[in-house]
Design a protein around this ligand. Structure first.
Ligand code: 5GP
Ligand code: MG
Length: 176
């Protein structure tokens, strides 16, 4: 990593414990229902992989890619579908899994987009919630952690091209 002081916001251990709790809760809530986990790439690939392995019910898993920040730290407010879901989700209860809800624009967009495909229900689950930056009215149905208004990386979240593989959530301390 770069030569800056790393501040670990959420440790590997804390992430693992919380994902076990949320995985159990989702398993209870969706017991007896057809569950489809829709992972939003690329940011949620690690979270999704860990979360579905803590679920004790049958789950179909698919992926979708939307445009996001690129190299910048602020949202363009303009979401594009780069690769769409290709399963028929009629009759499925869809749980969208993403890394973070920030302004909420992406999640709101994806929820509206999926309605066209007539699933049984649509809910969302995120690793991180940054409520201070919300621009649209959305509240995640499941969330692991609430964080303040800081730009974070690690555990699937990128900074530029890198750091998705770092196993904890961190930011860099400002050096004045
Ligand atoms: P929103 O549309 O809610 O503003 O942002 C959604 C997307 O922006 C997230 O899925 C994520 O890719 C990116 N994003 C928002 N905040 C952060 C952050 O603190 N760090 C990183 N790496 N990405 C973020
Ligand atoms: Mg994302």
């Amino acid at each position: 990593m770069e030569d800056k002081k790393v501040n670990i916001l959420i440790s590997e251990d804390d992430i693992a414990k919380r994902i076990t709790e949320i995985g159990n809760k989702i398993s209870n809530d969706y017991k007896g229902k057809k569950l489809y986990v829709l992972s939003l790439l690329r940011g949620s690939f690690i979270f999704t992989a860990d979360l579905v392995r803590k679920m004790s019910i049958d789950v179909k898993i698919g992926f979708m890619t939307t445009s996001s920040y690129g190299d910048k730290e602020s949202s363009s407010g303009n979401v594009k579908v780069l690769s769409d879901i290709y399963d028929d989700i009629r009759g499925y209860n869809v749980l969208i899994v993403d890394d973070i809800v920030d302004t909420g624009i992406t999640m709101k967009f994806v929820m509206e987009h999926l309605k066209k495909y007539n699933p049984e229900s649509i809910k969302c689950c995120v690793l991180l919630d940054k409520p201070e930056r919300r621009k649209v009215d959305i509240e995640p149905d499941y969330k692991c952690f609430t964080i303040p208004d800081v730009f974070v990386a690690g555990y699937g979240l990128n900074y530029g091209d890198y750091y998705r593989n770092i196993p904890y959530v961190f930011n860099w301390e400002k050096i004045d």
